[in-house]
Ligand binder design. Structure first.
Ligand code: ZN
Length: 136
């Protein structure tokens, strides 16, 4: 089986931002004509995450609000002596830097409401997301 890899660059605009990257992943699968296999999506950063969830604006606001409630930015953290972003690191540990999704019939095998989304927790920044496809 072949391995196909690609790096997606994402320029975020806000401190907190959720960006739907499902279409970019799907187009890479289509381009490589993979009928069945596995896609992994990995972010190379310690203040970001990859989630699979519903892309509904009020839900995305709920995610932001609740992460902020758990790890408020204005709290005292030891790490803030370095670069003042401890709250962003801590929020990221509640999620994951990667997701694995089956590919069936040349498509990501997502549920009706599932989308793959990049979560920016310390923007604005330029971010890299690695796609790896294994399959045929
Ligand atoms: Zn830091």
């Amino acid at each position: 089986m072949k391995l196909h890899t690609k790096e997606i660059t994402i320029q975020t605009k806000n401190k907190f931002q959720i960006i739907d990257i499902t279409a970019q992943i799907q187009s890479f699968i289509s381009k490589n004509k993979i009928q069945k296999g596995i896609a992994t999506i990995f972010t190379n950063h310690t203040t970001s995450a990859i989630i699979i969830n519903e892309n509904e604006p009020r839900l995305l606001q709920d995610i932001e609000n609740n992460l902020e409630e758990i790890f408020p930015e204005n709290k005292k953290y030891l790490h803030n002596i370095h670069d003042n972003n401890a709250s962003s690191h801590l929020k990221s540990i509640l999620m994951s830097p990667s997701q694995t999704i089956p590919i069936i019939n040349n498509e990501l095998n997502l549920g009706t409401w599932q989308r793959v989304m990049f979560v920016e927790l310390d923007g604005p920044r330029q971010r890299a997301v690695n796609l790896s496809l294994i399959g045929e």
